[in-house]
Ligand binder design. Structure first.
Ligand SMILES: *Cc1c(COP(=O)(O)O)cnc(C)c1O
Length: 410
């Protein structure tokens, strides 16, 4: 999008720097994906990162400032920043398992004898839940994936999975919810049993995150670099003040003399439990630098000026144009998909066979300029084109490459 990409001259000189390092940029038709370093950063975000790189502010103060931006953006009580949505899930699990007990923090991921069970609907197990296990959590599954009779899960199944070893209940937002217990049932059961609910919100946009917090999520983790359009190596954990403080204590650097230690705050509230610093916690592996913090704060505050409906309209029009361009070329048919996830529209190009789709994806990635598209549905002969990271000048280049490859008989 031209609004976020900077001037063509600035783009040419930044491209020259990468090329001088032997790195060849690709056209990003994959979307804000980690494989390509997530979303395009606005000039304001980049300026904040550049400013932070040239000055020193204590990280704890930057985290406190980020917490205020997270509170405003999400409606949560407090927030903290780690190196990604995945990192924030690990911190969330660590906070629910160890709380503000320094000895428990010191032991993780060895959670022997601690409350470390995390209850999850079986249909929501997914590759990112490794992040919770990495903190020492053990999943206890309930419900069914299939629907032999009735719905896939009842409240009594969730209730029966909770016991005095339960640290949290886990819920994944933004994904297929077929056969799932509704989120509000999770919250009601969790409240009655005084167990926190951790939400993976990385598949949600900011409206979805606000909604899940308003409905009672105790902790929600999301990527800084997807819908928030902040730095790729940033993630947001938003939620209850005491849990955010526990997460913060396990993440921020604790290499400090006890006499000089000031306990980190969570939205202005110091820990009442901690008088000496804990040791380096499990979240220390997910530190963020001042550049990420500054960039993410600006990205969060820019949310107030973003118009998600206008963004979707723009993306939809790019998708429709690309669909028109490829329709009928080399046997392709094309349409615009709008159902979430992901939260943005995409062009779906349907090819006659899986082999053909595979070859088209490979040829796009091999040509000049290189183009990366979404190949996750190649098995069905489909390729996905995401509009979110395409700059104005990318669109005609992308059209040219698509026609070249589709006509090229690959
Ligand atoms: C992207 C994603 C993550 C991981 O977030 P990162 O910021 O890449 O670490 C976790 N869960 C879901 C559902 C995601 O889409």
């Amino acid at each position: 999008m031209s609004t976020t990409a900077g001037s063509p001259t600035a783009r040419a000189s930044s491209r020259a720097i990468l090329e001088s390092l032997g790195l060849e940029p690709v056209i990003n038709a994959l979307g804000p994906a980690s494989q390509l370093g997530c979303a395009t950063l606005s000039e304001e975000v980049r300026a904040a990162m550049d400013a932070a790189a040239q000055h020193y502010v204590p990280i704890s103060e930057m985290q406190e400032r980020a917490s205020r931006a997270i509170v405003t953006a999400t409606g949560a009580e407090a927030g903290c920043v780690a190196s990604g949505g995945d990192a924030c899930l690990c911190l969330a699990a660590a906070a629910c398992i160890a709380g503000e007990d320094p000895a428990a923090m010191d032991r993780l991921p060895d959670a022997n004898g601690l409350r470390n069970e995390i209850v999850v609907h079986r249909a929501q197990r997914n590759p990112f839940d490794h992040a919770l296990r990495a903190a020492g959590a053990r999943f206890v599954e309930f419900g069914y994936v299939g629907q032999g009779s009735g719905v896939g899960a009842y409240r009594w199944q969730l209730e029966a999975a909770i016991n005095d070893k339960t640290a949290a209940i886990f819920y994944v937002g933004g994904h297929a919810q077929a056969n799932m217990l509704p989120f509000d049932d999770f919250i009601e059961v969790a409240r009655a049993r005084r167990v926190p609910v951790i939400v993976d919100g990385a598949g949600e946009d900011i409206r979805g995150i606000r909604d899940l917090i308003a409905r009672g999520a105790d902790l929600i983790a999301t990527s800084g670099g997807k819908d928030l359009r902040g730095p790729a190596a940033s993630g947001v954990l938003a939620g209850r003040r005491d849990l955010i403080r526990a997460a913060t204590l396990q993440q921020q650097d604790m290499h400090v003399h006890p006499d000089l230690w000031a306990p980190p705050l969570a939205d202005g509230c110091p820990s009442v439990l901690m008088h000496e610093p804990p040791h380096q916690g499990i979240g220390r592996s997910f530190k963020v630098g001042r550049e990420e913090l500054a960039g993410l704060i600006v990205a969060l505050e820019a949310l107030a000026d973003r118009d998600p409906d206008a963004e979707r309209r723009l993306w939809h029009s790019i998708c429709a144009r690309l669909a028109d361009t490829v329709e009928g070329v080399g046997g392709a048919t094309a349409s615009v998909a709008t159902t979430a996830p992901p939260s943005y529209p995409r062009t779906i190009v349907q090819l006659p066979s899986a082999d053909r789709a595979h070859n088209v994806v490979a040829a796009l990635a091999a040509g000049k300029p290189r183009v990366w598209v979404n190949g996750m549905a190649m098995r069905n002969g489909q390729i996905g084109i995401a509009p979110t990271e395409l700059r104005d000048e990318d669109v005609p280049e992308l059209e040219r490459r698509l026609i070249e490859v589709l006509n090229g008989g690959v």
